[in-house]
Design a protein around this ligand. Structure first.
Ligand code: NDP
Length: 243
């Protein structure tokens, strides 16, 4: 069977790393990426090697269009292009919108939303030419519901939902499926700022009574990459019943 290639942005830890391991375990060659955390990226590489999988490190800021161009300039000679793109890189921001600076707003939108545009723009031509491809955007329940003191984050993820639905229609004739996973609270570094008391209070708000795991998110992402080709344009909640 022909080897498949996936780029997972932000795969040095958390949901991205769990996705990288799930895809590698399924026989994919995984392109790993993160902006800063090279030692953690190398750890992901080692974990993939332990599984008998293969990967290539592509460190860089996916919120920077030139950097994304350079990443694809490495991907294309290696394998022609991607079968699957997982737009996972993201950052959070907490506080009143009125306290946010122009720079903070731009950094968040560049990282969480423009990055998906840059990566999709680069990945789609190859997918169209092979008449097959999957794009999975990692979003948040706050993109659907909105969260107080997370206006920029909620806006960036709502933008991803629009991108997902529009691209799904644009690319369906080329047999490319585009879906998003709207995560609830997943147990990663992104939520490490919460103290034990805050964590318990949050868990009590979740109908499932617990945080989700990165592995559960990865299981869903892999199933979207491998599942039915008629499933497209969907924002799938993975939130323990929150929304
Ligand atoms: P983590 O903070 O654990 O991981 C984020 C990853 O993104 C890291 O690998 C980080 O690497 C990378 N990253 C951040 N900015 C960039 C950038 N500009 N270019 C390349 N890589 C970057 O977060 P999670 O695993 O929790 O989050 C993954 C995704 O899931 C995000 O999009 C997040 O919004 C979404 N999500 C998470 C939820 C949660 O509760 N954890 C809930 C809802 C959605 P580095 O530090 O080196 O930049």
């Amino acid at each position: 069977m022909k080897k498949k290639y996936v780029l997972i942005t932000g795969s040095s830890r958390g949901i991205g790393r769990a996705c990288a391991l799930a895809f590698a375990g399924h026989g994919y060659h995984v392109f790993l990426n993160s902006r800063n955390s090279l030692p953690q990226l190398r750890e992901t590489e080692e974990l993939i090697a332990e599984l008998g999988g293969t990967c290539t490190l592509l460190p860089g800021d996916v919120g920077d269009p030139d950097c994304v161009r350079s990443m694809f300039a490495e991907i294309e000679p290696f394998c022609g292009g991607l079968d699957v793109l997982v737009n996972n890189a993201g950052i959070a921001s907490f506080g009143l919108l009125t306290d946010m600076t122009d720079g903070q707003w731009r950094r968040l939108i560049d990282t969480n939303l423009s990055s998906a545009f840059y990566c999709c723009r680069a990945a789609i031509p190859h997918m169209v030419s092979q008449k097959r491809g999957r794009i999975i955007n990692i979003s948040s329940m706050w993109g659907t519901a909105g969260a107080s003191c997370e206006a920029a984050y909620s806006a960036s993820k709502a933008g991803l939902h629009g991108l997902t639905k529009a691209l799904a229609k644009e690319l369906a004739p080329s047999n490319i499926q585009v879906n998003a996973v709207a995560c609830g609270v997943i147990d990663t570094e992104m939520n490490a700022r919460l103290n034990a008391e805050e964590r318990t209070a949050l868990e009590e708000e979740i109908p499932a009574g617990r945080y989700g795991t990165p592995e559960e998110a990865a299981q869903l992402v892999l199933s979207l990459a491998e599942g039915p080709g008629y499933l497209t344009g969907q924002i799938i909640g993975l939130d323990g019943g929150m929304i």
